[in-house]
Design a protein around this ligand. Structure first.
Ligand code: SF4
Ligand code: SF4
Length: 481
């Protein structure tokens, strides 16, 4: 019998950060956070200069004063957590979700019509992927009912599922939205299940009656809004070029005042010239009273006039840091600050997210357009190239499998050595298509930005977990779309 060869260890894949004066590790293969003590720091220090055999490592730790049995145990634990790995360990691919992964959320684009002409809109602008020609502009009741039935049928085992109403401008088809809520509630109740609703709107069509309906039915509302008038009106305009701020501001105030059952969120699209994040946040949070404000840079080809260049993105990051510092101060007092970009990432960290795909698109989430065509998400609705079937005939499993295989982190070789991959997983499929012509291409134009921002959120997470850990419990259920 041959004697077993003692393993040689090297450092595993992790990212170090500190929070509240405590050192932490972000364990990449597991997407887990781990607070380091002196013993772990000693092992890492010993292996930082290069690999060591089991015996060498043990000897070095005992020379540092650790009893041999403790050192042996520590090495075993760190191997299990993959803080250290054997020299010849290879990256293990993440397991792909099962082919019959149950649906969790359906985004219903009730209409592909909009009463605004925002120049950057992914649905109508220069980078649009939709091919709506010859298709209905408004969803009808039969398609809407079929969509609800589809969601319930495709989500076996889930007690609660989610419908997001979307457009075009969602409220241009408000009569249908009301009917869907009644129908969906009845169908879900008959199965002993529940449906949660939300919608995204430009707020131009909000009325007291609509606000009352949304509040009574606990429908979450996200308003697309880009800040104070001079920023918002740069691109969020009516067809005649007139800005929409003056129309929506009083409606938004009435919404926040009248909708009492769910927090109201603003979603800001950052574009060239609309990057004053702190000022926008102050206006939306303090002047208008939104409960949460989230920011996303415009999704576009890099040569568009409204695209934010690299310098602009650096400025955005600086301002994100300002709000992140404030967020931490609030969190340590036990208060929510309202900057969604931090909350969404903290939630993912708390839940130990380790993504095989950047988001749920085509997996637990699908979009359906007025024609009943199924898409990976709302941004691909009405696009023949990206259709995954039709609500009446079901999901085209071959196309779905192709979309998911290309979007899987295992297919994105550039990401395999990136420590931010458990959260990023290559980034939005739609953005990848607009930038690179392939939904499965990693969004390599913003990696440094993503890693910097993820590091910042890790730092905040670490500080909260060291100084006010109960605060993190708020994030057990939170999901971002
Ligand atoms: S796209 Fe960039 S930041 Fe995201 S996982 Fe891949 S390499 Fe990392
Ligand atoms: S991240 Fe991109 S692909 Fe995923 S749901 Fe959002 S818009 Fe769609």
């Amino acid at each position: 019998m041959m004697a077993a060869v003692a393993p040689t260890y090297r450092l595993g894949e992790f990212h170090s950060f500190d929070g509240g004066g405590h050192p932490f590790l972000y364990l990449v293969p597991a997407g887990a956070i781990f607070e380091m003590d002196d013993a772990v720091a000693a092992v890492i220090a010993e292996l930082s200069a290069g690999a060591a055999t089991h015996e060498e490592l043990l000897a070095r730790l005992t020379a540092r004063g650790f009893p041999a049995t403790d050192a042996e145990e520590l090495i075993g634990e760190l191997c299990q957590m993959r803080v250290i790995v054997s020299q010849d360990a290879v990256r293990e691919p993440l397991e792909a979700p099962p082919a019959d992964f149950p649906l969790q959320s359906l985004v219903m684009n009730l209409t592909n019509q909009c009463n605004l002409s925002c120049q950057y809109c992914y649905e109508f602008g220069e980078d649009k992927v939709a091919t709506p020609e010859g298709k209905p502009k408004f969803m009808d009741l039969e398609t809407a009912h079929a969509s609800v039935d589809f969601l319930l049928a495709q989500s076996p085992g889930r007690k609660a599922v989610h419908i997001t109403f979307f457009g075009g401008e969602t409220l241009m088809n408000f009569p249908l939205l009301k009917q869907v809520v009644t129908y969906a509630n009845a169908q879900a109740a008959a199965q002993g299940r529940t449906i949660d609703f939300s919608l995204t709107t430009n707020a131009t069509l909000l009325t007291p009656a609509i606000i009352e309906f949304l509040s009574e039915n606990r429908i979450g509302v996200t308003v697309s809004m880009d800040g104070p008038a001079e920023l918002h009106d740069k691109l969020r305009v009516f067809a005649n070029g007139q800005g929409s701020y003056d129309i929506i501001a009083p409606r938004v105030r009435a919404l926040i005042e009248g909708h009492r059952t769910r927090p109201i969120t603003a979603r800001v699209t950052l574009t060239n010239g609309v990057t004053d994040v702190v000022r926008i946040f102050r206006h939306l949070k303090q002047d208008l009273g939104f409960h949460e404000v989230g920011f996303a840079p415009v999704t576009t080809a890099s040569n568009r006039l409204y695209a934010i260049g690299e310098r602009g993105m650096d400025g955005v990051l600086e301002q994100f840091h300002v709000l992140a510092d404030e967020y931490l101060e609030y969190a340590l007092r036990g208060e929510m600050h309202g900057f969604s970009n931090v909350s969404d990432t903290i939630a993912e960290l708390y839940q130990g997210v380790n993504k095989s795909h950047p988001c749920g698109a085509g997996l637990g989430l699908m979009g359906v357009g007025p024609s009943g065509d199924i898409a990976p998400c709302h941004r691909f609705v009405d696009s023949d190239t990206h259709s995954l079937g039709n609500i009446r005939t079901g999901v085209d499993r071959e196309r779905q499998a192709d979309f998911l295989t290309r979007g899987n982190i295992n297919s994105k070789y550039d990401c395999h050595t990136c420590w931010a991959r458990p959260l990023c997983a290559g980034g939005c499929h739609h953005e990848a298509f607009v930038r690179y012509g392939d939904t499965g291409h990693p969004n390599l134009h913003y990696c440094d930005w993503v890693r910097d921002w993820t590091h910042t959120c890790l730092h905040i997470y670490g500080a909260i977990s060291a100084q006010n850990p109960e605060f993190l419990e708020k994030f057990a259920e939170r999901k971002a779309l």
